[in-house]
Design a protein around this ligand. Structure first.
Ligand code: H79
Length: 423
């Protein structure tokens, strides 16, 4: 058994405090793959955009050529941070090295990086770090510690390299660890480090964890650093919280800290022909459902090779932000639903300080909305969006609460009814 770093509950609670309040974060997948944007040699390549090198088996030498054309002249860190602010997220995470191994910061360990290999020559991580600091958004980084299709000892590239000859331990010690040193030393406070898939052995995962703790003890490490199962699914992670599968939303409430990383269309890295954008309403309902089950939502955008966030993403994110401006009290710092909710119910519930927030997704046609399994006594009911908190009539019988609501949904996305309860 490997030694796991010991910490008190208080130390862990302290590290996680802001994250538990935040509930909503923005992921940014941005790299060379934004240039082909899902097309290779005139053909559409199926699958998620950032996997194009693997999907089309593009030789490293050919893929590297993309860097020469990667010139995101419209990139403005402040604008991205503005998008994040308007969406109402509390942190943003940039892919500083995705599976293709291209590095988005000024690293000394490879020339396959933004500053050395592109005509742009700038360090987007540095610029984002500054913009985030100015605007009070926390900055996190995504770092692919397992798959690296560019490095001879990184995993996953069997079209350029012979997997039998690869030495992952060397890759980790001679490449990943020094890169993490750069990232966690030169860019100020890093709120989250987001590893993907898993580190292949618990011993190596502990080694990585120890390094992160040594460099920035406050940095939150996501679940995909790895771990092992002691029975049930995801029984143990070495990270600070559990990571769900990509786009996976649990059907039930889950104890402990967890997160759903999710796409805003059907790809992480930009694809020119993926127009399947989720609407603001869809995103709000996903956010609420996740919070109602105890999790955080990490929602991705995939900027273009020019360096802009696609307009449809901005439109939907702004819609979420507008909803949060009115209803944020029911999300930020809220805990999972204290009442059991059937997966088929037309509502969700979040809670905070003596208030249950009933999120109504589908409005009743008869002016009566029923909440079941309410074991606490309700004292008052009102619409969260109503600045006067005008009381709504309700009746409580057994575990059923029936609330009298307006004929039309005040907010077609999600109208929140506050139930003040007797604790
Ligand atoms: O960054 C985004 C995706 O590119 C990345 N995660 C999000 C956040 C991602 N997509 N798919 N995967 C991670 C997981 C794929 C894993 C596997 Fe495999 C592919 C498991 C089995 C085949 C590669 C080969 C890893 C293990 C074997």
């Amino acid at each position: 058994m490997v030694s796991v770093i010991e910490e008190t509950r208080e130390q862990q609670d302290k590290r996680m405090a802001w994250w538990r309040e935040a509930k909503f974060g923005m992921f940014i997948h941005w790299g060379l793959y934004a240039l082909p944007a899902g097309m290779w040699k005139g053909e559409c390549v199926s699958g998620i955009g950032e996997w194009i090198q693997q999907r089309a088996r593009i030789p490293i030498k050919e893929y590297e050529q993309l860097a020469k054309e990667f010139n995101p002249v419209r990139f403005k860190a402040k604008e991205w941070v503005q998008v994040a602010k308007e969406a109402g997220v509390k942190c943003m995470l940039l892919t500083v090295k995705q599976h293709d191994g291209f590095c988005q910061w000024d690293t000394k360990l490879t020339d396959h990086n933004f500053v050395k290999a592109t005509p742009f020559k700038r360090d987007p991580l540095k610029e984002l770090a500054e913009a985030c600091r100015e605007e009070g958004i926390r900055l996190g980084i995504y770092y692919s510690q397992f798959l690296d299709w560019h490095h001879p000892n990184g995993m996953g590239n069997n079209w350029d390299y012979d997997p039998a000859k690869q030495d992952f331990t060397r890759y980790l010690r001679e490449y990943v660890e020094p890169q993490l040193r750069e990232l966690l030393t030169n860019y100020g406070s890093i709120a989250v480090i987001w590893f993907d898939i898993a580190t292949p052995t618990p011993e190596l995962a502990v080694e990585l964890k120890q390094l992160v703790r040594e460099l920035q003890p406050g940095t939150i490490i996501n679940g995909r650093i790895g771990g092992w199962r002691t029975g049930g699914r995801r029984a143990f992670t070495m990270g600070d919280y559990t990571e769900m599968g990509d786009n996976e939303i649990s059907e039930q409430r889950i104890e402990g800290d967890w997160e759903t990383p999710a796409t805003i269309n059907d790809t992480w890295g930009y694809k020119s022909y993926d127009h399947n954008w989720k609407s603001a309403g869809n995103l709000v309902q996903k956010l609420v459902t996740i919070v109602s089950r105890g999790g955080n939502y990490l929602l991705n955008v995939g900027p273009t090779a020019e360096g802009i966030v696609p307009e449809p993403s901005i439109r939907s994110l702004k819609g979420v932000g507008r909803w949060l401006k009115v209803n944020g009290e029911s999300i930020y710092g809220a805990i999972a639903s204290p009442i059991a909710i059937s997966p088929a119910a037309p509502y969700q519930c979040t809670a905070k300080g003596g208030k249950f927030y009933i999120h109504i997704f589908a409005w009743p046609w008869d002016g009566k909305f029923k909440v079941s399994r309410m074991s606490k006594e309700v004292k008052r009911a009102y619409l969260l969006a109503d600045p006067n908190h005008g009381e709504l009539e309700f009746s409580q019988e057994g575990e059923d609460v029936v609330i009298s609501v307006p004929g039309q949904a005040p907010d077609p996305i999600d109208t929140v009814v506050v139930l003040e309860i007797n604790e």
